[in-house]
Design a protein around this ligand. Structure first.
Ligand code: GLC
Length: 714
């Protein structure tokens, strides 16, 4: 029996209801209840899709407070132009010292992916806190009439993932499969506790992309391809992060506004050509939830929107006044501030990384200018003086930033004086992360009752991802790309192999990545842990010409399954990847197939369910269901070679359970399809893809693109 959509909707409506299907024993929700929030902020439900014809007015949980407004006005009135423009400037910690923060009245700093105090990947919580204090003290030592504290932003997008030793939760694509907003609130709260313990007050999360095309390198940052679930999750995540702006809370960021997951061919930073109705009701859904929950910041998207149907080309979001101001602020009522993305202003026509009056006039309130912040301040000051940027726009931007900082309670307490500061235990929430892993797993196939495994079985474990925490955690993990890491970089993590040994007894488990030369006869079962190597953003894009066939990029994963299939033992495949991919040949070679997404540091969450381990309330069972469709052809978004076939193998809502009787027959493998366009079409499509996303944008990092991402690799 697999779950149909109406059933998961019912589950979501009754957030604590048994959403676990036929659990062997008692209520699944209870079985997955470790660290469930004691008191939910809302009775979460997944709303119905909307059909707005214009941007809707959304009431924030933080209504405007006249006393706060008066205080903001008084502070802004006391500020010089230099202090105002400094307040709108966000610099990277590698390029600015505390002394410069004081001298230039800087309002914010960030650490980008792969940036740590002193450039030390293993920086301690004390190192983070000391630097946070240094920046705070500098901001409070200016000669301004009213000292405005700095705010530090960080990409804590699946736990406090930049910090050595932190628990890393499953990435959003796995959390979407859990269909559990209550879990999401708990993860938001746990992430906020961890971030605040390092002295940082702002998380650039949640990503609210409603990703439509799995070619996108950021698909794993998207909860779902369906707006309503993203809307419910946005409200839950923002509520968990911001709470009531206490010492254990951080400011949330709804990102990337708008349409980051809507681009043609899933091109990162590309161009969306969706209708106005879809942009509002599908891609806007997350912002309805985030604004209702009182999100205090929104990050503008790198992507563009050309509303072809209506004949309106809005261009790059960072300069789209109709959206940043007209839609988000004026119509939807967002009263926080809008921050631009990393050097995103440099992608606008006529702009550079250090100069872009168009972006500020469009509604960007804080500019993420990681390196060129000095020139930005000088240019923007001149542009105000020359009248290119009205002073009223500057005052509005600064007012928004200061109102958010006042709401956050940043005035008056140093980072290290706040409750929980420096508490290294706040970086860990292994039980909650383990629960999240359990709830995120989706069982796609289970022929011959290959699952559950039984403790004591002789198990051969194969596959490159079985003993790899870097593969489990994916991108945005200590480093930006999630590369250049080893298991030792995640000292509290547990690989799926280690978890199998713990669950089954180390003596019963043998590991061979390739299974080469292994006699399969003595084993009762084979567990193959395969999938994608880590990536982030553009580097994860699959070009329009390439197929979505996983083994086209990772032939070793097909080879190892072909090797173990010869043993005629039950083969359980665990697929660790940032997106659904075309894997029919791998499915045909597996008796059971589990989509594990990017589960994070807690590998035991996988084995809890593989073994249907005992829990306080019965035995664990699969409960995850797909939150986006699963490809059934190599080119689901293009007709090449398989135009007549249904593009999708499994629809959203699909997910198997124990102890149902499941039998999936042999699936088509389209051996002749190795490209999703003819050679000529491919070159044109790929050249367009590469030009789309880097139109005017200096490539952010200089490292060469991986083969599947390069035109010359065709
Ligand atoms: C990146 C991402 C954004 C992130 C920012 C800061 O380019 O687009 O999600 O928050 O830069 O690291």
């Amino acid at each position: 029996m697999f779950r149909t959509r109406w059933l998961w909707l019912m589950c979501a409506v009754l957030a604590t209801a048994d959403c676990g299907g036929a659990v062997l024993g008692a209520d699944a929700a209870a079985a997955n209840s470790a660290h469930a929030p004691t008191k939910l902020s809302f009775r979460y439900r997944v709303p119905q899709p909307t059909h707005y014809t214009d941007w809707p007015a959304i009431r924030s949980r933080f209504s405007t407070d006249p006393a706060l407004t008066a205080r903001v006005r008084k502070i802004v009135a006391s500020m010089s132009l230099a202090q105002k423009i400094g307040q709108m400037t966000q610099a990277e910690i590698k390029s600015i010292t505390p002394a410069q923060v004081r001298k230039y009245y800087i309002g914010s700093v960030l650490n980008g992916g792969g940036s740590w105090p002193g450039g030390n990947k293993h920086a301690s919580i004390g190192d983070w806190l000391a630097l946070a204090d240094a920046y705070y003290d500098a901001s409070m030592a200016t000669d301004a009439a009213v000292k405005v504290p700095i705010i530090w932003g960080t990409d804590a997008v699946h736990g406090d993932n930049n910090v050595f030793g932190a628990t890393l939760f499953p990435h959003n694509i796995g959390l979407g499969a859990a269909h559990d907003p209550a879990l999401i609130e708990a993860i938001g709260a746990a992430t906020a506790r961890a971030v605040r313990a390092t002295g940082i007050e702002w998380a650039f999360a949640p990503t609210l992309a409603v990703a439509q095309n799995a070619r996108w390198g950021r698909t794993y940052e998207s909860f779902s391809s369906e707006g309503p679930l993203v809307r419910a999750y946005a409200r839950a995540y923002v509520t968990g992060l911001q709470g009531s702006f206490g010492d254990h809370n951080v400011m949330a960021t709804a990102k990337h506004f708008i349409g980051d997951g809507a681009t043609d061919h899933g091109i990162d930073q590309g161009n969306a050509t969706v209708s106005r109705a879809d942009m509002i009701n599908v891609h806007g859904a997350g912002y309805f939830g985030a604004i209702a929950a009182g999100a205090q910041s929104v990050m503008a998207s790198y992507s563009s929107w050309d509303d072809v149907a209506d004949g309106v080309d809005y261009g790059k979001m960072s300069g789209a006044r109709a959206l940043l101001t007209g839609a988000l602020k004026d119509k939807m009522g967002f009263d926080g501030f809008v921050v631009s993305d990393w050097n995103a202003i440099g992608q606008l026509p006529g702009c550079t990384n250090a100069s872009c009056p168009q972006a500020i006039n469009a509604g960007i309130d804080m500019v993420m200018v990681p390196d060129d912040w000095k020139a930005f301040i000088a240019n923007t000051t001149r542009q105000v003086r020359d009248g290119e940027i009205p002073l009223a726009r500057i005052d509005d931007a600064v007012s928004r930033i200061i109102r958010a900082k006042l709401r956050m309670g940043l005035f008056g307490t140093r980072p290290s004086q706040r409750a929980g500061a420096g508490d290294a235990s706040a970086l860990q929430d292994r039980a909650l992360a383990r629960r999240a892993v359990r709830e995120s797993l989706v069982l796609l196939k289970n022929n011959r009752q290959a699952l559950p495994l039984k403790a004591g079985m002789k198990i051969l474990v194969v596959g490159k991802s079985a003993d790899s925490l870097p593969d489990q955690v994916g991108g945005w993990s200590l480093t930006w790309q999630g590369t250049d890491n080893t298991n030792a970089d995640f000292p509290h993590g547990e690989t799926i192999l280690a978890a199998l040994r713990a669950a089954d007894g180390a003596a019963n488990v043998t590991y061979s990545a390739t299974a080469q030369g292994i006699d399969l006869a003595p084993f009762d079962a084979i567990v193959a842990v395969i999938g994608e190597a880590p990536y982030a953003e553009t580097r994860g894009d699959i070009l329009p010409s390439a197929t979505l066939r996983h083994s086209d990029r990772y032939p070793e994963d097909l080879a190892v399954l072909q090797t173990v299939a010869k043993g005629h033992k039950p083969v359980v495949t665990v697929f660790v990847a940032g997106r659904p991919l075309y894997v029919n040949r791998l499915l045909n070679l597996s008796d059971a197939f589990v989509a594990a997404w990017l589960p994070g540091t807690e590998g035991a969450g996988v084995t809890d369910v593989l073994f249907a381990a005992k829990s306080a309330a019965g035995r664990y069972n699969f409960r995850g269901t797909l939150a986006r469709p699963w490809p059934g052809v190599p080119c689901p978004d293009a007709g090449a070679g398989n135009a007549k076939a249904r593009p999708w193998l499994f629809a959203p809502g699909y997910g198997l359970r124990y102890p149902g009787q499941h039998a999936i027959g042999t699936l088509p493998t389209y051996p002749a399809v190795h490209a999703c366009a003819s050679a000529a079409q491919a070159t044109a499509a790929d050249a367009n893809a590469l030009s789309e996303r880097s139109a005017g944008a200096p490539v952010r990092r200089s490292r060469p693109l991986p083969a599947h991402n390069r035109l010359d690799a065709l």
